[in-house]
Design a protein around this ligand. Sequence first.
Ligand code: NAD
Length: 427
Amino acid sequence: MAPELKPGKIFLNSVNTMLTQTAELLDLDTRFPQQHLLERIIIPDRIISFRISLQRDDGSIDVLTAYRVQNNNFRGPYKGGIRWHSSVDLDEVRALAALMTVKTAVVGVPLGGSKGGVVLPQGTRYSKPERERLARKYVNGLVNDVGPKKDIPAPDVNTNSQVMAWMADQYSRFTGETITAAFTGKPLIMGGSQGRTEATGFGSIMVLKRHAIKNDIELRGKTMAVQGFGNVGSHAALKATRDEGIKVTHVSNETGCITNPEGLDIPKLIEWITKEGQKGLLSFPGGKVTPDNIFTVDVDILLPAALENSVKAEYVKDIKASLILEGANGPLTSEADELANKAGITVLPDVLVNAGGVTVSYFEMVQNENQDRWSLQYVLERLQGIMFDAYDRIYDNAKKYKCSLRKAAILSALNDIAVACDMRGVQ
Ligand code: NAD
């Protein structure tokens, strides 16, 4: 019997398969003969792996593996978040780095793609001083490889603006200069941008809104289930309920799922989770615990906003929603994606839906480089303009090539990356 593939390998395989199939539609080999453009995009420019010896508060040492994968910089400096999680492995980081290369091209910001990760011991919760030491050690391992013209990290799962503050500070200690644009997702007080924290979640609802306008769908009164109530899930749920009149009836995280058929009070839930932490979800007074699988509950819209490979092929036959909004990176396995397409479920793809984060990260860099400050209203207006334009381009491509929105998104991105690669010459 063939050995079972690890989740990271499954994720990487599905990203590479999607890139390969889309490259065929673009006919890259005929347009750029003997250039091997696809291989030059799929094989990362550099893989950096290093050990972190992390001193715990009790004096003991945890030995951790850390990664940074610099996938591609044909269109601009590498850009990508840093994930701290027990499920991190090199394949997962490679897949996420490739998605970043595609994502920056989908929204047309002049950046490439990278991703970082640290493999945490299963079940360990680090204290604040331990997290600070981990952040600083991560920068020590990469000090020559990151920077505003090289590679710009940002937050991802289990990292946040505080982690970016420690990292930016550590980087400044090495360089002897305050180079704010070297990290994005920083606290406002340290050169962060208005709107960065909410950008990914809000951006996802902007894409949903544009989809609704283009396809004559009324969002008001629709129901939604949200998997993952961290940065992306909570902000998406907030905008969906507050601005679009959507009812969020189910929310889940790694501890379980809660429901309220009348619609959960999202501002109250955010307040509750901020106070109680993720472990508090099931004790939220405004919801009832349910054993339901969040992906098969009776709602109009599903928003997976946790980790990759969450929506498995076997769930698809029981999915009642007609639309899946991919807040997370790679939440559907490639089999689930194929089955969902066959079943007529619209999938709004991750490389578009969650690109609001990298877009406002780019705004943050522009403000830092110009010593400028933009208002929240200006940031959100510009973000909406970019998300709407990107959706429209993809919508037109999907019609032209008669393909899914995911293929259409990758198609327009791959084309731009390939042209940039060809113009740069042989690297
Ligand atoms: P986060 O750490 O803030 O939140 C993650 C959430 O997922 C938490 O609620 C956690 O409890 C939940 N979760 C974890 N494992 C789960 C499981 N097995 N089942 C159900 N829920 C689970 O992370 P985030 O920043 O919100 O990122 C979520 C996803 O969005 C990731 O795929 C990330 O790569 C992607 N993403 C994030 C950003 C960003 O700006 N933060 C940008 C683009 C993409």
